[in-house]
Design a protein around this ligand. Structure first.
Ligand code: FRU
Length: 483
């Protein structure tokens, strides 16, 4: 599929409720911001081709995080005919400047300010800003760019900015080689270095990218800070992945309180995720979107005329467990499901269900069990292709085998994806969401999730669940209501 002439339209693989650009390349989500009733998703985009290049910010909006409307490209590269200029627009964030600290406001409404990396033809990376006074429709780059010059560090990118109320400043987290640098600013234009984080903690098996820092409160009212850092390579199932740290932030430094490496999603296809600005004033939810792909094979995916999809938006919560604080994630639940089928059984035999077609399929499973029970789920289609998901209680492991799930990507990072899960007590429960070419699995309380791409020759239409126990088990199938 390398050659343009050979490329075939593959709309059968286009997800229904996961954002994809109509055509051409997409990677990281950028500038996630909720403003005036709309969720904005900007993204790394090549407006001219199906492969990475000409990096710009694409733009889409949604009222419910599931149905997206693509808008004109928001930010184009600054490269002249002589290949000079600040360069491509790499990843970054958008904030609502409620108090007009930047002075960019024109009119009654606060400006939106984008903070992003410029990456020049000579591969020099620096941080720049742009602003919008029409709720994200059009953008003007600041004439004083860059706002942070490159200090001689090759990988110096992906600024994520938030307003820190306690220290009354804007705080930026920025990936620099294999650490995160923190900067502070009063006006988004002039930045002071605060501190470095991460030299001797976490995984250093790859480049650190796309950090994000935010506060979460556990159910028992304990407030912690969470720092997300994507890493490429070095992910838990090969290729890239996203680690996180739980700790404290005092307006100057972030410090973590654990030595072990924690992963946000064990699947190979959830990368560069960051969270929305602007929601904290509305309902306090912390919602994250990641890019549903992996740098190892992103350029070899069989979809055309687009390449790249976003994972489902996830609501993040912090749980206090016997394994320390864990970041849980579940799909946002602001859409109506319509029930299709409920299957219950008390025998040891398998139960099976038909999966509806032409819709996103939501599968909820539950097995009541007092003993460790191996459980298997198989999704199959008429072409004999299948995905096999297994839970092994002794190894406390969930595995996803996508070797015979359709279009064979020779370089899938791992033949069988492995994800550790917290042991179950009396219930094995969770959720799976299938949308044309993706499977997202959420274990019980959301402390383990697995996001995996799949390209079946025909849609999976049957699910069989089998568990080594004779108590009640059930599968509930519902359609996710896309418009
Ligand atoms: C992460 C990343 C970022 C960079 C962007 C370039 O996937 O490598 O670090 O800003 O993609 O497209």
């Amino acid at each position: 599929m390398k050659n343009t002439e050979e490329k075939q339209f593959t709309e059968q693989w286009r997800p229904l409720n996961h954002f994809t650009p109509q055509e051409n390349w997409m990677n990281d989500p950028n500038g996630l911001v909720y403003y005036d009733g709309l969720y904005h998703l900007f993204y790394q985009h090549n407006p001219k081709a199906h492969v990475w290049g000409n990096m710009s910010w694409g733009h889409a909006v949604s009222t419910d995080l599931l149905n997206w409307q693509e808008k004109p490209v928001a930010l184009l590269p600054d490269v002249n005919e002589n290949k000079q200029g600040l360069g491509y627009i790499f990843s970054g964030s958008v904030v609502v400047d409620w108090n007009n600290t930047s002075g960019f406001q024109q009119g009654e409404h606060p400006p939106l300010v984008a903070i992003f990396t410029h990456h020049s033809e000579q591969a020099v990376q620096c941080q720049s800003i742009a602003y919008s006074n029409d709720a994200g429709e059009t953008w003007t780059k600041f004439e004083g760019n860059p706002v942070i010059e490159n200090p001689g560090i090759r990988d110096f990118r992906d600024p994520k900015v938030f307003w820190h109320q306690d220290s009354k400043q804007w705080v930026m987290v920025l990936a620099a080689g294999q650490v995160v640098k923190l900067f502070g600013s009063a006006d988004l234009k002039s930045w002071q270095f605060l501190s470095d984080f991460g030299e001797d903690v976490g995984s250093h098996a790859g480049e650190w990218e796309c950090p994000d820092l935010f506060q979460l409160t556990t159910e028992d009212g304990e407030t912690k800070w969470v720092l997300i850092v994507s890493i490429n390579p070095g992910g838990p199932n090969g290729g890239c992945g996203t680690q996180y740290f739980v700790g404290e932030f005092n307006g100057n430094r972030f410090e973590t309180d654990h030595d072990n490496v924690k992963w946000f999603d064990y699947g190979p296809d959830n990368y560069a995720g960051v969270t929305f600005d602007g929601l904290q004033r509305v309902d306090g939810r912390r919602i994250m979107i990641g890019w549903m792909s992996n740098w190892t094979y992103a350029g070899d995916l069989p979809t055309y005329p687009w390449s790249g999809a976003m994972a489902l938006p996830r609501e993040l919560t912090l749980l206090s467990t016997s394994n320390g604080h864990l970041l849980a994630n579940k799909p946002v639940n602001q859409y109506q499901n319509s029930m299709v089928e409920v299957t219950r059984n008390k025998s040891t035999q398998a139960i099976s269900a038909y999966l509806p077609q032409e819709s996103v399929v939501n599968i909820e499973f539950n097995v009541s069990t007092s003993a460790p029970s191996k459980t298997t789920w198989e999704l199959t289609n008429v072409d004999g292709e299948k995905v096999i998901i297994k839970y092994n209680p002794l190894r406390k492991l969930l595995t996803v085998d996508r070797r015979n799930a359709g279009f064979d990507i020779k370089i899938w990072t791992m033949p069988i994806i492995e994800a550790p899960v917290l042991p179950h007590n009396d219930q094995i429960s969770g959720q799976m969401i299938l949308d044309k070419s993706s499977l997202e699995i959420f274990w019980g309380d959301g402390t383990t999730s697995v996001t995996a791409l799949l390209f079946p020759s025909s849609p999976f239409d049957t699910l069989v669940m089998q568990s080594q126990c004779d108590s009640e088990k059930s599968i509930i199938i519902s359609k996710v209501g896309q418009k």
